[in-house]
Design a protein. Structure first.
Lengths: 215, 215
DNA sequence: TAGATTGTTAATCGATTAACAATC
DNA sequence: TAGATTGTTAATCGATTAACAATC
């Protein structure tokens, strides 16, 4: 377990979930073997790039002419991504986005389990949203510590994000998934993953502007 | 208007919305001038990187010792990102995530305006979700064409995503913001922006795994 | 065997960082 | 003037792509 894991380039890492989704789809169709060129074609990627990516995470490797054993490849990627052990998480801010995320089915497929929600809204506290209990903010620490939760999802309005972040850090949260459009200040040992919807929007609106100019 | 715009590296482009959020925050605090080193410190970025990024989009440039005029810098970034002209969009799939997105305030701040929602659910059709009317799928084409809408947001279950995507393309949509974990096949001239929540999740769960191993 | 596919080594490309002269 | 900050040129770094030998 403590053996050194192959280190995978960051860009490769970001593509792994895409491979996983694609490969799972192929598996459902009853495919047994899969080759890098086929994956590349299916996802519009460079063939060599895919080959390198897959080689980086596959334990048993592929075979010339036949490619990879699909089942093993999926397991290897899942293992690499850490999807084999489900992680518990809390979500703070049960507004529109927060409650949408609570019921996001993708979580289970990707190794995350939301155990509770938190909000300041008196009307929400004590109720259940999509089957998850909602608690007041001041119980974050107690619940995280007693349940050993180490992942926190921030879906509060921007101006409260830093405050919530601080509470999370004090409560033993190690990794934060931040949906607020704010840069969170955290100690060095805490991981922050920013979900930058604004950046995506920017790319989208920029590229459409270009398209229209080219007409 | 048809002058050649400075071409900005893709990575720079992704950081622009972050700068924008940060700078808007500074503006609210009454700051007048801002320098690259301060932005770098505030966002935990390399100083030279920030200087290059800002230089790439700023029209008037900065002044030694004083830095940039904050107000102009914000306008330049907004202009570059195309936030000065609001774009109309439709959203297909008004489930949890879809309805959360309809009311996502970030849209307005970033130049997007959702004009209508679409769903197959009979109970939703004809109602309003956060002030936006919901229509049946078979009216996508008509509404997009008559209102000249060119951006589509896909928040349907994975297995319907490609089908909806096809309808969008036929309806004159030029850019698609895809929240389904599926690779969409589109003609070359259509832009697809994938919002890969799964990839973020992967990074998060991976990094937390590492942290725990290092204990 | 012939040929598709693998894995690897080398070349290219682009982005980040470092160094530095110019300037207010 | 002195020094902080700009913008630019060069060096480094990492990722992508191309070329190719190995293999089933």
């Amino acid at each position: 377990m403590l053996e050194n894991e192959k280190s995978v380039p960051k860009q490769t890492f970001k593509r792994l979930p895409e491979y996983l989704t694609f490969l799972r789809g192929m598996a459902e169709e009853g495919v047994i073997n899969i080759s890098a060129p086929i994956v590349a074609k299916g996802l519009n990627l460079n063939e060599v790039q895919v080959r390198k990516d897959l080689a980086a995470v596959s334990e048993s490797g592929g075979k010339p002419r036949t490619g990879y054993l699909l089942r093993d490849l999926i397991l290897d990627i899942e293992k690499y991504l850490g999807y084999d052990n489900v992680k518990d998480a809390i979500i703070v801010g049960v507004g529109h986005l927060g409650s949408a995320l609570i019921s996001f089915e993708g979580f289970k497929n990707h190794g995350l389990n939301v155990v509770a929600g938190f909000d300041t809204n008196e009307k929400l506290i004590g109720t259940e949203v999509h089957g998850k209990k909602i608690f007041p903010i001041d119980r974050i620490s107690e619940i995280c510590k007693s349940s050993n939760v180490h992942i926190g999802i921030v879906t509060v309005p921007d101006k409260y994000a830093q405050e919530i972040c601080n509470i999370m850090v004090e409560s033993g949260i190690l990794a934060i998934w931040n949906f607020a459009q704010v840069h969170l200040k955290v100690p060095d040992n805490i991981i922050v993953q920013n979900e930058n919807l604004a950046a995506s929007l920017a790319i989208l609106s920029k590229s459409i502007k270009k398209t229209q100019l080219n007409k």
